[in-house]
Ligand binder design. Structure first.
Ligand SMILES: CC(C)(COP(=O)(O)OP(=O)(O)OC[C@H]1O[C@@H](n2cnc3c(N)ncnc32)[C@H](O)[C@@H]1OP(=O)(O)O)[C@@H](O)C(=O)NCCC(=O)NCCS
Length: 376
């Protein structure tokens, strides 16, 4: 005791480099790239499958590879029967993120590659996970609403299929395009909390299902993925643009955390906000519900003035999902349906070049003291 030199300590690991990655780079000055490609320009044009392929394999697919990958993902969507039965057994008010976490954990028992952490087996399992995370969300939702899941439509892409499995309608092309863009914006973000949790789990050589279960559990929290559900609750409470400033000032007065604002890395703005804001504006025009963007913009101005804090992607994702017809409880699961691609890429990278992630803690407890025997 007392002889060890104290390593540098940063609360919350802020600013600490905890590992190397070739998957994603977050530029604190509001930039984001996947595998060297700027997300801007790519997010609005690529399908989610194209971006998922890039994240998993390191290179963009050619036309043949993309077609094959898209078909592989589509062919893996169906859940094993006992998983659907398990979803039926859960209380109907189970949060969709808890259904998803339980479902991902249970899926492991049905994967023949479970015990194999090789690169090729991990790619096969990633394809299944990307496919089935979406099905767990949509089927779990339908079951919780007392409805039957819709049958699979393997000819649809992930984005189109998500709409179909949610409400039984084949979406318009523009709706699919929008959801592809949203999925692409959410697909990875280097060592965010859920990805880091996945990497810590994977670093013990636990398998990819264990790692993705950790990731889903971590994403649920309102300081991370859960923020997009909380943001929608706040926006609904505000309701109209004229109420945005007084409502926010009241919350700031009581030192509430304002969901959808602030970020550990971005201090000059979240690179994903401009694209998400434009989607919200476009949707507002298409649906005739144009109140959300002005509310968010007022919040942005007041937060900048009062706290010098910028909006993050979850602020605008909330009305976007709402206007696309999804209930707020599905906001974080929609995030997971996309981020699963990034999580899987990180688990593969971790397993391919593994070293146990095991940091130190700074002991702040009592000094060494004598134990004088059990109480008599
Ligand atoms: C994302 C988040 C967890 C980052 O936390 P962090 O890196 O520890 O935050 P910072 O160190 O930059 O915080 C600096 C100050 O701003 C405050 N702050 C940060 N985000 C805030 C928010 N959303 N609302 C109110 N105050 C906030 C902090 O309390 C802190 O104040 P203090 O110095 O008086 O203690 C935090 O901004 C947050 O809780 N945001 C709301 C949840 C959210 O939207 N999460 C999604 C992230 S993509």
């Amino acid at each position: 005791m007392g002889t060890e030199t104290k390593p540098q300590y940063s609360p919350g690991l802020a600013g600490i480099i905890a590992g190397e990655t070739a998957i994603c780079w977050v530029d604190p000055a509001a930039g984001l790239m996947y595998r060297g490609y700027d997300i801007h320009g790519m997010a609005e044009k690529a399908t989610f499958e194209e971006v998922a392929y890039l994240l998993l394999n390191g290179e963009l697919p050619n036309a043949k590879q993309l077609k094959e990958f898209t078909q592989q993902v589509a062919s893996e969507r169906e859940l094993p029967g006992p998983i659907t039965e398990m979803l039926r057994l859960l209380p109907s008010d189970t949060h969709p993120m808890d259904m998803l976490r339980t479902g991902v954990s249970m899926l492991s028992a049905f994967d023949k590659d479970l015990g194999d952490n090789s690169h090729d087996a991990n790619i096969r399992k990633s394809i299944r996970l990307i496919a089935r995370v979406s099905t767990l969300i949509t089927d779990g939702w339908r079951i919780s609403q007392g409805e039957q899941p819709f049958p699979e439509r393997p000819e649809l892409t992930q984005a189109a299929n998500f709409f179909y499995k949610f409400n039984g309608k084949i979406p318009e092309q523009w709706q699919t395009r929008m959801l592809d863009t949203i999925f692409n914006l959410y697909a990875d973000h280097e060592f965010n909390a859920s990805t880091f949790a996945a990497r810590v789990t994977a670093s013990t050589l636990a398998g990819i299902y264990a790692a993705i279960t950790s990731a889903v559990a971590t994403l649920k929290g309102p300081l991370h993925g859960g923020a997009n559900e909380e943001s929608m609750k706040m926006l609904e409470e505000i309701g109209t643009p004229d109420r945005a400033e007084p409502s926010l000032m009241k919350k700031l007065g009581t030192k509430d955390k304002i969901m959808g604002f602030g970020h550990r890395v971005y201090k000059e703005g979240d690179s994903r906000v401009p694209a998400m804001r434009e989607i919200a504006r476009d949707l507002g025009k298409r649906t005739g519900k144009e109140n959300w963007v002005p509310i968010c913009e007022t919040l942005e101005q007041v937060m900048e003035r009062e706290k010098q804090l910028c909006a993050n992607v979850d602020l605008y994702a909330a009305p976007v999902f709402w206007l696309l017809g999804f209930p707020p409880e599905l906001n974080t699961p929609l995030f997971a349906a996309s981020r699963v691609a990034g999580w899987c890429a990180h688990v593969i990278e971790q397993h391919d070049n593994n070293r146990l992630i095991r940091p130190r803690s700074l002991y702040v407890g009592p000094e060494l003291r004598p134990y004088t025997g059990s109480p008599k």
